[in-house]
Design a protein around this ligand. Structure first.
Ligand SMILES: [Zn+2]
Length: 297
């Protein structure tokens, strides 16, 4: 079972919430950033929308399509423990599958859940945890996964709604309003996606992924506001990745030591709130190197 320790609302502790769609997104995405902040004493929380019901099943895992959601749920909690996550929250919606697959149309698919319902759940979580910083996917969901896009949109709305006393949340678990201080999208810079897809297409010319359009993936480099050095946490990250046994490791998928080293050395974010002023990025301003930069807690 996940930790259920309640945050002390009056303490000066720093709190961070990462909102994702599938068990593994919290680890394969901004995992090293979560590990870093947990190691530095920040209380780190994750909220995951689905149980990853229709994901792939990697060779060597003994999960079946029938047990996959149960196994992935456990992998999510176990990876959270490896990363030092305080509490791993799961909403339990049904995975909608990759874009264009029949699972998108399943009556219980997460993408079919109205945005305001999802926002209500997320507002409850934000008011309960009272995070200073919230992280989620960029608007394109990294690579267009419909669940990632749904989560990104709902998390942004919830981030702003949670502080609004007029907003009732889901009404299942009413709490005091709480406005977090900063919202970030995590994303791969497009220049890195381009490089990686080139390497991947060379080593796997027959794979469907070799035909992906890099211009539809990742985020434009010039939108990056925040660059975090995560190189000290590669070992813990590898351990957390290994916990997701049902999923193919992104490190294996990269087929390139150079790309894997890049993936384990730096995380990139777009600051959504407070919005970047002209010059926050490569337009000439300062790049942030800490998600809590400028906050007095
Ligand atoms: Zn995902």
């Amino acid at each position: 079972m996940p930790e259920t320790k309640k945050p002390d609302r009056n303490s000066a502790e720093r709190r961070l919430l990462c909102v994702v769609a599938h068990p593994d997104d919290e680890t394969f995405g901004a995992g090293s950033t979560l590990i870093k902040y947990a190691a530095e004493g920040v209380s780190v929380y994750t909220a995951c929308a689905t149980r990853g019901d229709v994901g792939e099943i990697a060779e060597g895992s003994d999960a079946t399509p029938e047990t996959l959601s149960e196994v992935r749920e456990q992998e999510y909690y176990d990876a959270g423990r490896v990363m030092g996550v305080e509490r791993s929250i799961l909403y339990g919606y049904r995975d909608s599958g990759m874009a264009g697959t029949p699972d998108n149309e399943h009556a219980d698919a997460f993408v079919k859940v109205p945005t305001d319902i999802v926002v209500g759940r997320m507002v409850d979580t934000i008011r309960d945890i009272r995070p200073h910083v919230v992280i989620t996917f960029d608007e394109g969901g990294g690579y267009g996964h419909p669940d990632h896009i749904h989560v990104s949109k709902a998390a942004k709305l919830a981030y702003f709604a949670a502080g609004d006393p007029q907003y009732a949340g889901s009404k299942l678990d009413p709490r005091e309003p709480w406005k977090p201080s900063k919202l970030y999208y995590w994303g791969f810079p497009r220049s890195i996606m381009r490089k990686w897809l080139e390497v991947f297409a060379e080593t796997n010319p027959d794979s469907d992924m070799a035909n992906l359009d890099p211009e539809q993936m990742g985020v434009p480099d010039e939108q990056i506001t925040t660059v975090i050095d995560i190189s000290s946490y590669a070992e813990t990250r590898r351990a957390a990745i290994a916990v997701h046994r049902t999923q193919y490791s992104p490190l294996d998928l990269m087929r390139s030591d150079e790309m894997a080293a890049e993936y384990l050395s730096t995380d990139y974010f777009i600051r959504v709130d407070p919005p970047p002023i002209d010059g926050d990025s490569e337009m000439g301003g300062e790049i942030e190197h800490d998600l809590f930069e400028g906050l007095e807690i």
